[in-house]
Design a protein around this ligand. Structure first.
Ligand SMILES: Cc1cc2nc3c(=O)[nH]c(=O)nc-3n(C[C@H](O)[C@H](O)[C@H](O)COP(=O)(O)OP(=O)(O)OC[C@H]3O[C@@H](n4cnc5c(N)ncnc54)[C@H](O)[C@@H]3O)c2cc1C
Length: 419
């Protein structure tokens, strides 16, 4: 059987989606150039794929479009001391996202999201394992599982999560407080119970892993150009032009993998995708990573303690505030306070970071051809699971570009769902 051959692909974005898609495409023998305003091998490279919590969490299929939490959202937004916050100067810009969120926040949509997250997330780990055979991940990937803890105050929500995961056949081990403390003896026992995802993988340094995947892409003939892409436009049937401030570049096909920044590009194509961002933060406590054996997530507070190579990373919270507002000191303070409640041994933190989760209001990513041009393929909007889904999205996207058949139902990820 003759295989479809694409002559050239340009990828916008060298976050985990762009790099994994690039790697899979060069493996198919397709010439690829990745563009990013920052070089992934440099210190300036600080996107979501750099500073996330490092969880490979294919089990996390239940998202925030859940009827059990919508009534709590306004209360959370007005509190400066909770897991969710809003920059009030951004509220009008957030309206398109909110409109779709309200439409998608019901039991049917919640289960739809869970089902189609699960469709791709169940192959997430094995897709990474394939890549890990080609790079050295010593001291970069742990397999000691991931723990979630909670207090008894939101038990109804916890029971719903456990049931949906059970129904999807996801393995989970319920733990008493004592069982959590047996695994993580340094934790302050200010929680009532927990859950362990045994053997779940954890990235001790997501940026270091991304750099290795990127170098593998280069070693297989992939190219990289450090430029900010300002516009994209189809000029002929199989020809799209990318413009930066300095140059223009022509490709047969394009992959848009610019994370939360992708909307600037898709708007130019006449799409109306309600992509926004859920801003998240991290700080590090140097030398404190040995306090935990594995990541611990506190569900009530919306944050994680991740034992990274750089130190203990306290990471999380969701802030709606767009791409341009400055970071919020109160969010950083919130994370530090939460971290110290759970691990009173912690001292001063040494750095602060804010990142942009690319968020869609039904919490499914956009993967597939643009509704305006089949030669432009989207790979963005993975929200809280973008790190987990990098490798599997790379495989799916490369298959779409190479026009291969798939057994997956890709229609739920199409941008057409927002029309
Ligand atoms: C606090 C926090 C914790 C998280 N924890 C986890 C976790 O534990 N597990 C998990 O699975 N996910 C997690 N995530 C989510 C995950 O990090 C993201 O979903 C994922 O990294 C997004 O990857 P991406 O490649 O789509 O985008 P990004 O990593 O944002 O990369 C996009 C790239 O595109 C480039 N770019 C954008 N526009 C242009 C342009 N016009 N021209 C050139 N370059 C451009 C940017 O410079 C950037 O490098 C977390 C996110 C945050 C913020």
């Amino acid at each position: 059987m003759e295989r479809y051959k694409c002559n050239s692909v340009g990828i916008i974005g060298s976050g985990i989606q762009g790099v994994c898609a690039g790697l899979q495409l060069v493996k198919k023998g397709i010439p690829v150039t990745i563009f990013d305003r920052n070089d992934p091998l440099s210190e300036q490279f600080r996107p979501a794929s750099y500073g996330n919590a490092g969880h490979f969490s294919p089990y996390a299929v239940l998202k925030f479009n859940r009827p059990d939490i919508i009534k709590d959202v306004p209360k959370m937004l007005f509190s400066s001391n909770g897991p969710l916050s809003l920059k009030w100067n951004y509220i009008f810009k957030l309206f398109p996202w909110i409109k779709h969120y309200i439409k998608n926040c019901n039991k049917t949509s919640m289960l739809h999201t869970a089902k189609y997250m699960h469709q791709i997330s169940r192959s997430a780990d094995e897709s990474y394992e394939e890549i890990f055979k080609e790079i050295d991940t010593t001291n970069l990937v742990d397999k000691k599982g991931i723990i979630y803890v909670w207090s008894n105050k939101n038990l109804k929500s916890r029971n719903l999560e456990i049931k949906v995961r059970n129904d999807l056949g996801i393995k989970q081990k319920l733990l008493t407080q004592k069982e959590v403390l047996d695994l993580e003896p340094n934790l302050n026992p200010i929680f009532d119970a927990g859950i362990l995802y045994e053997n779940s993988m954890f990235a001790r340094d997501p940026h270091a892993i991304l750099k290795k995947i990127f170098k593998l892409f280069l070693s297989k003939g992939g190219k990289f150009v450090q430029e900010n892409i300002q516009s994209l436009k189809q000029v002929e049937k199989d020809k799209t032009v990318l413009n930066s401030a300095k140059s223009e570049y022509y490709f047969e096909k394009i992959v848009v993998a610019a994370g939360a920044h992708s909307k600037k590009l898709t708007d130019q194509l006449g799409e109306n995708i309600p992509l926004d961002t859920e801003r998240g933060y991290h700080v590090h406590f140097k030398g404190m990573n040995n306090l935990l054996n594995r990541p611990v997530i506190c569900l009530d507070r919306g944050f994680s303690l991740s034992p990274m190579n750089q130190g203990l990373r306290a990471v999380g919270t969701v802030e709606f505030g767009g791409l341009l507002n400055p970071p919020s000191k109160e969010r950083i303070k919130y994370i530090i306070n939460c971290a110290k409640e759970f691990l009173p041994q912690l001292d001063a933190h040494y750095d602060e970071w804010m990142g942009f989760r690319p968020s869609l209001p039904d919490f499914l990513p956009v993967i597939g051809p643009s509704s305006k041009n089949k030669n432009i393929v989207y790979a963005f909007g993975h929200d809280h699971l973008g790190w987990t889904l990098g490798a599997v999205t790379g495989k799916i996207v490369s298959g779409i570009v190479a026009e291969e058949k798939t057994n997956l139902d890709l229609s739920p990820y199409s941008s057409k769902r927002f029309n």
